[in-house]
Write a protein that binds this ligand. Structure first.
Ligand code: MLT
Length: 412
């Protein structure tokens, strides 16, 4: 008899975004004439930039020749992409990362979900609340956490409330944990961790011998050059932090799929017998066993994003989405909403109108403004009373969504 993994039964019935998709489809079926504007899931809308398209075409042509054909990609990624990552993403920030500390993958969602596999089941996991659901759900699936309480907090996970009082960027707690997930710029709140706060997290991790999982999937949205883009800009982070970056939101790769994870040599965990083990070795083992690499043409496309022409074009897309976020923030604030984030991030974190619950507000926004948001409660109990808007849309749709929201909710 095939017994199921009972841990899955501790999860909420559906993952957040498919659940939203289900509700939106049902609404659209019942109201086929409604012209919905989707500001829910953070999915890009602009086409791939010309430098990426050219790189893809060139790579396809190469693959069509006997000399240019490629089979399996190297385990951790092609050298041309590893070099470009080292040079552009790190050396420009004064950080040295070795090529074999970088693992190219098909997405930060997968990497941030899979990384927990290299830690023991007895590890205490820390997340902020609200949180990108992948961090929690994958630990629940693995059996590192129990059932959720009435508020939705899983037993065994340490939740740190991210709220208005702490700028949605909580400091490390007094207590210890073994693995802590940090996301900056933050999904869903759009907050960003500055140098001083990151230094406190690194000091906390060093003190408790903990590992920080630093998800920087939205780093391209940081507009202030004094804010760190990489956790390795913080002294001591190499010994305690794993970092993830993605091409999804910086260059429209949500469909193409390319990201990478950095696991520095100095970053270690311990065995039950107390032996120190480099986490890099475990992640290399995991990846070579379960993953066969990102396609050559996708890696060439990612390389193009890091070369001067592609970088300029991709930066223009990011600037476009940032301007969307700015307009949304300004318009919602003018309509009387309390708005957070949206400055160094493509997400706005907004208090619901009239004290409505997140899901009630979601339903009202859908029914009356035909705008799809993401209910804050879907990201954890501390998200109750908030909703998230994504700036990934056309300028026209952003303006139209804003006009509709202002029409429905007026000035409050
Ligand atoms: C989101 O909307 O939170 C993101 O698109 C989800 C993701 O990147 O997986």
């Amino acid at each position: 008899m095939a017994h199921v993994n009972e841990h899955y039964r501790s999860l909420p019935a559906g993952y957040l975004f498919p659940e939203i998709g289900r509700r939106v489809r049902a609404y659209q079926q019942a109201h086929p004439d409604a012209k919905l504007i989707r500001l829910g899931i953070g999915d890009v809308v602009l086409p791939l930039v010309p430098a990426v398209i050219e790189a893809l075409h060139r790579a396809v042509d190469e693959l069509a020749t006997p000399e240019g054909f490629k089979g399996y990609a190297p385990d951790q990624g092609y050298d041309f992409l590893l070099d470009a990552i080292q040079k552009h993403d790190y050396r420009t920030r004064g950080v040295e990362i070795a090529g074999d500390e970088i693992f190219v993958s098909d997405g930060s969602k997968q990497d941030s979900g899979n990384i927990q596999e290299i830690f023991g089941l007895d590890c205490k996991v820390l997340v902020s609340d609200p949180v990108y659901p992948v961090y929690v759900d994958t630990n629940v699936m693995a059996g590192r956490a129990g059932k959720a309480d009435a508020a939705g907090r899983h037993a065994g996970i340490l939740y740190l409330a991210a709220n208005e009082a702490n700028g949605f960027a909580p400091d490390p707690p007094a207590e210890r944990a073994d693995v802590a997930y940090l996301c900056s710029p933050n999904n869903p709140t759009g907050s960003v961790l500055d140098k001083a706060r990151l230094e406190r997290w690194v000091a906390w991790a060093r003190k408790h011998d903990a590992v920080l999982i630093f998800d920087a999937a939205y780093d391209a949205y940081i507009g202030d050059p004094t804010l760190p883009r990489s956790i390795y800009e913080i002294e001591g982070a190499r010994a305690c932090a794993i970092e993830m970056r993605s091409f999804s939101k910086r260059a429209g790769f949500t469909g193409l799929r390319c990201a990478y994870t950095v696991v520095p040599r100095e970053c270690t965990g311990t065995t039950a017998a107390g032996e120190r083990v480099p986490l890099r070795e475990l992640w290399a083992r995991r990846m070579s066993t379960k993953f066969n690499g990102v396609p050559y043409l996708v890696q060439r496309a990612a390389e193009a994003v890091l070369l001067p022409e592609g970088r300029k074009q991709a930066d223009e897309q990011v600037a476009f989405y940032r301007e969307n976020a700015r307009r949304l923030g300004q318009g919602l604030t003018a309509a009387g909403f309390r708005v957070f984030g949206g400055v160094h991030a493509p997400y706005l974190w907004v208090r619901t109108a009239g004290g409505l619950s997140s899901w009630d507000f979601f339903d009202r926004l859908l029914a009356e403004a035909h705008v799809v948001a993401t209910p804050g409660a879907g990201f954890g109990p501390a998200g109750e009373g908030f909703f998230r808007l994504s700036a990934f849309n056309s300028r026209e749709n952003i303006e139209e969504a804003l006009a509709r929201i202002q029409r429905v909710f007026g000035r409050r």
